[in-house]
Design a protein around this ligand. Structure first.
Ligand SMILES: Cc1ncc(COP(=O)(O)O)c(C=O)c1O
Length: 353
């Protein structure tokens, strides 16, 4: 028995788990299958020698925020940057959530939205998506009017379903919520449109994005949001001083110079996603159309957990969602390189047929 107990809400918490195994083909955490360009790594290596290691970094990360803002046609005052978009989400919850406040989520969706709410003492109002995982507007109305959430989360493309919310849906939800609407676009660049086009100073909408997926930089832990400057100003009050180290700021500034390479990788992965989806449809599987760099599927002839274990035996790791509520029997596979995906498809075919 530990001598000191954490607060009850933490003691009862399960924590967030994403099991890693030592395998040949890792298709479980939606990372990019390829490294960033070699020229990026070289430029960053040169930067290491220029960092003033005995000084604190630029606390406001002004240059990085300016460069990210330029990607989206906004000024630095509309950009908040943190250690991965998870820290952006946590800062939103610390700022606009907390005891006595509620966030609304529509399940199934990214587990961290409600996990972070719990960690920050925020109540979670859980709405249900329709059977096909689309957003049910009657349910949105019900949850929003009952809970009056300070924050409402949408995830587009949604993790783990891959579904993209339409512009009409986001606009309609925006018209219903009493607080802030957060559209989590961790996979936004893989989708045909972005809610970034709805962001302006008068609208309580923020859009979060990350360098982890499309920028091939999960190891750097860098994410951001674009929103009204008055939201960004509040978040800056809450986040720890100097939370972004100097090298990370440099990494982000250098990375955005490689935008066209990033877009090329996204185009390749999107094409590969089409191939993988089509191949999955040839197998006895239910397959959900995806606007992200992963695909959700459910084997029809065998239990999902069993298929997951048989894939692991063949040194292939996908995400096992089969025991998650509403996702019984489902697995989620990240789009990998053509070789990795072929290995996955061959193994799955062997297991299922
Ligand atoms: C929907 C969604 N949001 C946010 C994140 C967190 O990304 P980051 O690496 O930027 O913290 C993920 C990571 O898998 C995700 O799936």
């Amino acid at each position: 028995m530990a001598p000191i107990r954490p607060r009850d809400s933490v003691a009862l918490m399960e924590g967030y788990h994403s099991p890693q195994l030592d395998v040949d083909v890792r298709l479980n955490t939606n990372e990019s299958p390829v490294a960033p360009p070699a020229a990026f790594v070289d430029a960053l290596a040169a930067e290491v020698g220029r960092v003033q290691w005995h000084r604190y970094p630029d606390r406001a990360a002004t240059e990085l925020r300016t460069r990210i803002g330029e990607l989206h046609g906004v000024g630095p005052e509309q950009v908040f940057v943190a250690n991965g978009s998870n820290e952006v989400l946590q800062t939103l919850s610390l700022t606009y959530g907390g005891p006595g406040r509620t966030v609304a989520v529509f399940e199934p969706t990214y587990a961290l939205h409600s996990h972070i709410a719990h960690m920050t003492g925020t109540t979670v109002a859980e709405g249900e998506r329709a059977a096909d995982f689309s957003l049910d507007m009657a349910e949105v109305r019900r949850v929003v009017s009952a809970a009056e959430p300070a924050i409402t989360y949408l995830c587009s493309p949604n993790n783990p379903t891959g579904m993209v919310e339409t512009r009409d849906t986001v606009t309609e939800v925006l018209g219903l919520v009493p607080g802030l609407l957060v559209v989590d676009e961790a996979y936004g660049q893989f989708a045909p449109w972005s809610a970034l086009e709805l962001v302006d100073e008068a609208t309580p909408l923020v859009v979060t994005q990350t360098f982890s997926k499309t920028w091939s930089m999960a190891g750097a832990r860098l994410g951001y949001l674009v929103g009204p400057s008055w939201v960004v100003a509040e978040l800056e009050k809450v986040v720890l001083p100097y939370h972004l180290d100097a090298l990370k700021q440099a990494a982000g500034i250098i990375a955005v110079r490689f935008r066209s390479e990033m877009e090329e990788r996204v185009a390749q992965l999107t094409e590969e996603r089409g191939r993988l989806e089509a191949a999955l449809r040839e197998l006895p599987c239910d397959v959900w159309p995806s606007g992200a760099n992963f695909v959700l599927f459910r084997p029809q002839t065998l239990d999902g957990a069993d298929v997951w274990a048989q894939l692991v035996e063949r040194s292939i790791l996908v995400r096992n969602c089969s025991s998650w509520p509403r996702l019984e029997g489902c697995l989620r596979v990240t789009i990998g390189t053509t070789d990795e995906d072929d290995r996955f498809l061959d193994a799955l075919g062997e297991i299922l047929t």
